[in-house]
Design a protein around this ligand. Sequence first.
Ligand SMILES: Cc1ncc(COP(=O)(O)O)c(C=O)c1O
Length: 400
Amino acid sequence: MDRIYMDHSATTPVTPKALEAMLPWFREEFGNPSAIYSLGQSGKNVLEDCRKRVAKCLGALQTEIFFTSGGTESDNWVIRGACRAKGARGRHIVTSAIEHNAVLRTLAQMEEDGFEVTYLKPDPMGRITPGQLEAAIRPDTILVSIMLASNVVGTILDIPSLAKVAAKHRVWFHTDAVQAAGHIPIRAHKLGVDFLSLSAHKFGGPKGVGALYCRLPNRLPPLLTGGGQEKELRSGTENIPGIVGMTAALEEAVSDLEEESARLSAMRDRIIRELCAVPGVVLTGDPENRLPGFASFAVDGVGHSVHLVNALNEKGICVSSGSACSAASREASHVLLALGFDSRLSAGSLRITLGRDNTEEQADRLLSVLPDIIARQRLEAKKEPAVVFSRPSHAPDPDD
Ligand SMILES: Cc1ncc(COP(=O)(O)O)c(C=O)c1O
């Protein structure tokens, strides 16, 4: 049975081009970029070349790009850095209730340290308005962190308008662009943000590498201190193969973004159309402003969508459930609850995210089996409402 992978928001396979580009930097070009002999200097040179190329893909300057270990680190760096840099001036932060846990759990720690956080509630489609942000900003607000696109419902938020509000009040604005980078055009300067996080494994690069765009690099204190790499702002020997792979993958994604986005949007819309024709299946997120390959649903009457994920897995199809679940209690996704779905619908949240490797034939196959799986699970749920999936409460959120 051929596997059909439709969970590209969780992670993507490394593209052949990215892998090819990385290989020499594992083998013969393994030098430490801080070493002064030529083996080291070739690493240093490729690092600066990658910085220039990543900056070009993001409409930024080379001096504004810093390499990190991924989205989580980039988000942590901005939040913890802003609190350190500006904590004496103010202790209030604004975010949205639908952020990834890399933002929410970091902010929860900041709250323990005495910072106050306002969580803006999005509308049912996942949108936040400039008026909401305007009303939330106070004289002691030091940071706004709102994501560019949702990892649970795929909505693309109006970051240029939100960043304008923050700029008017001279408040730093960070956007988590982990789900957006490589999937929709990003011009950092036009977005008007001060900081932007991205992660390579969401667009065909390797895991464990990412970047932070910093409009104000010298104002943000380092998260990691040590050997002084990345202009003293992010210590640690640079992950040269990872950075090379990320750069190749980002360039590839950006080079055919328009065609690939049109192809994936058409496939996505077909999946949305056909699944929403099944009674009790509703689209989650914004029907218009959504990520190209992102189809997300709430399925009523199935108990928990993990049953659908398991049944699809048996057919060789990988998708994800948009909510966490434990043996003892049903836990609904914090995002769907924030969007106003009740806990019953939130428990039936299903996310199908398409990528470069998906074909119309694969969408045919998904659509040929999923309605039956839903119908069968509805019968099961009536008989046996018990939840069979369990995960410890500290386990990573499957919404990634
Ligand atoms: C919106 C968002 N932010 C942050 C992250 C974390 O990124 P990483 O896996 O690179 O740490 C993810 C992915 O899991 C994400 O979807």
